[in-house]
Design a protein around this ligand. Sequence first.
Ligand SMILES: [Fe+2]
Length: 160
Amino acid sequence: MPIIWESKLDTGIDVIDHQHRRIVDYINDLEIAKTKGDKAMVTDVIEQLIDYTQSHFGFEESMMEEAGYKFIKPHKKVHELFIKRVTEFTIRAAKGEDIADELHSMLAKWLINHIASEDRDYSPTVKLMVGQGAAAPEQAVAVPAARPGFISGLLGRFFR
Ligand SMILES: [Fe+2]
């Protein structure tokens, strides 16, 4: 079953939602490749998905940092653990093991859960920084002024 985008996955930050949707597309592509039994496509999609997700994490972390998000450290840790887990899969795959099913279900569960919970949590703070939200009273003091131009610079740094 392909993952269908739901509103609970929206952070409300356009640039992030766009990247998250792309990740979901990759997960769905992996399912298609798997169903077709196309091994070359499976390998290809996995490679692209990992590469894109890593760039996305870097992008997200820079945004959280710039916005002064309080829980950036644990969030980064979660990203790190995820990359570690995925790396273990790629090691197994390199040894010839067929990991497509297991990886697909891990990605579908983990990433969707991460987007719906941890990523939504930074949303109010980051929204302020990109000029996409109104300040909650307790945030108004701690968060730097909106810097919409920050995004284009970051995109160039993390995505080709
Ligand atoms: Fe994240």
